[in-house]
Design a protein around this ligand. Structure first.
Ligand SMILES: Nc1ncnc2c1ncn2[C@@H]1O[C@H](COP(=O)(O)OP(=O)(O)OP(=O)(O)O)[C@@H](O)[C@H]1O
Ligand SMILES: [Mg+2]
Length: 468
């Protein structure tokens, strides 16, 4: 589910100052209203609406009329640039257009972006500060920057233009998106995840949601440095990995689950055989012995689908030491619990839930839906014995992603799964709307996995970490 635009701060200044940042870079100190930023922004906005101007239309029409498009697409972008620039200059002269050199260059760029890239949003793909790109019809392009959604001044020409870009994305991975199949998941060449929904299903025009593939390697150490986790959590996570705990990372959309899973996985021993299962490969495991499996949607005849459940079951026959499932969201929950319970300790997955308790209930209902005849009590017992730890992540008001709870499952009492918190993030009152004040707290209880840590020779390290 794409983040709701209603949560966005609809500031048009895409470079607005946001206090704490995920990436640890110092925030801009000044208010968003300082004059130079505004001036720059106005220029930017003017440039972006150029694409709906008569000047743009005139040049675009001339380019299409005078250039051989199929031949042009065989050339490189820079080769074609020359041709388009010539046509643009010629059109400006012939039609006596009032245009600045900068506008003319921007139009040439926009045309090139249409031919070789994703149109108006192409520059966002190379912008390292942008993590998500959300197109809601031709008039609205939101981005997530430093953990916050902001409206950009970018616009598409019209709905047809958005649809055209969406179709190019789908075609690049051999899929089709049109009125008869209006929803598609795809991937860009750089690994970014894309979802497309076309009208009439999308009421306000074609919608494109892109989760950019992060090239930055966000390690646990980096997270501790940025304040996503505390130094004590860092130590406990490393030990948890070493001791092969079964870990579930729980959180909302875009809260940083996959990123944390990636970071945790870096602490898995090199000698282990890891099988990863995902809908769209996002995990970047560094170990030498990894088998990565990806699900497949059904083809146009409704055949050939390979589900996560199929892959989890198959993975069990591949002699894995650990199974890493990108996200548990359906029938495969049952098989994952079985895997965790049957000698594939150290398995990890993520789940969409708002608290560790919620994560447990979601698991219960997923198992129940797939196996209607299993009694609830036995499902709970399975969960309690399979899952060792639930790590809750949250994207907080200030745009910062934090681990807000580390909870252990320590057994059953009657028909209730018993949990205990090792860490939490306590928010202090008095923070403003966009600000979060608070700190990480250690509960200082003896972790339920202490005996296991002792078995792996990590008892002292664990005691030290919890104490700090
Ligand atoms: N600790 C972090 N520091 C900086 N950026 C982060 C951090 N965690 C996540 N991000 C960025 O936030 C975006 C969302 O992260 P991620 O894909 O891990 O979320 P998710 O919870 O798995 O989302 P989804 O629910 O869509 O699967 C990514 O672009 C990622 O690079
Ligand atoms: Mg994810």
């Amino acid at each position: 589910m794409p983040p709701k635009a209603a949560h966005a701060a609809p500031s048009a200044d895409t470079h607005a100052a946001h206090a704490p940042r995920d990436d640890g870079e110092p925030a801009h100190a000044s208010a968003p209203s300082r004059p130079p930023a505004h001036a720059a922004h106005a220029a930017h906005a003017a440039r972006e609406t150029l694409i709906r101007s008569n000047k743009y239309d005139a040049i675009r029409t001339a380019v299409f009329a005078l250039m051989n498009m199929s031949a042009a697409l065989m050339k490189t972008r820079e080769e074609v640039r020359k041709g388009i620039a010539e046509v643009a200059a010629h059109t400006v002269e012939r039609n006596r257009l009032t245009i600045t050199a900068a506008e003319q260059a921007a139009i040439v760029d926009a045309l090139l972006n249409d031919m070789f890239g994703l149109g108006p949003i192409e520059p966002l793909l190379t912008d390292e500060t942008v993590t998500d790109i959300l197109v809601n019809g031709p008039d609205q392009v939101f981005v997530e920057r430093s953990g916050k959604l902001v409206l950009t001044p970018l616009k598409f020409r019209d709905n047809q233009h958005v649809t055209h870009v969406a179709q190019r994305i789908a075609a690049a991975v051999g899929r089709r998106v049109d009125e008869s199949s209006p929803m598609v998941d795809a991937r860009l060449a750089d690994g970014s995840r894309v979802n497309v929904v076309l009208p009439p299903i999308a009421l306000r025009g074609a919608s494109i949601s892109i989760r950019k593939f992060s090239k930055r390697n966000i390690t646990l150490a980096r997270m501790a440095q940025q304040g996503n986790i505390s130094p004590a959590m860092l130590q406990v996570f490393k030990i948890a990995c070493m001791c092969r705990l079964n870990v579930i990372i729980s959180g909302g959309t875009g809260s940083g689950k996959t990123t944390l899973l990636n970071a945790l996985s870096q602490h898995i021993d090199e000698h282990e055989r890891i099988v990863t299962i995902e809908d769209a490969a996002e995990l970047q495991l560094q170990q030498p012995h990894v088998v990565s499996l990806e699900t497949r949607p059904e083809n146009s005849e409704g055949l050939g689908a390979v589900s996560q459940r199929d892959l989890v079951r198959n993975a069990l026959r591949m002699r894995p030491d650990r199974i890493i499932l990108g996200e548990t969201r359906g029938a495969e929950a049952f098989d994952v619990l079985q895997a965790m319970n049957t000698g594939h300790d150290g398995s990890m997955t993520t789940i969409h839930a708002n608290t560790p308790r919620d994560a447990i209930s979601r698991l219960e209902s997923m198992v129940m839906m797939a196996n209607g005849n299993l009694p609830l009590l036995s499902i709970r017992r399975q969960i309690a014995s399979a899952v060792h730890m639930i790590v809750q992540v949250e994207r907080m008001r200030d745009g910062m992603r934090r681990v807000t709870r580390v909870t252990e499952l320590v057994g059953m009492e009657g028909d209730v799964v018993i949990t205990q918190d090792l860490f939490s993030f306590r928010q202090n009152a008095g923070a403003s709307r966009d600000d979060v004040k608070g700190g990480f707290e250690t509960t200082s209880v003896r972790p339920g996995f202490a005996p296991r840590a002792a078995y792996y020779g990590q008892e002292a390290a664990l005691a030290e970490a919890i104490k700090s």
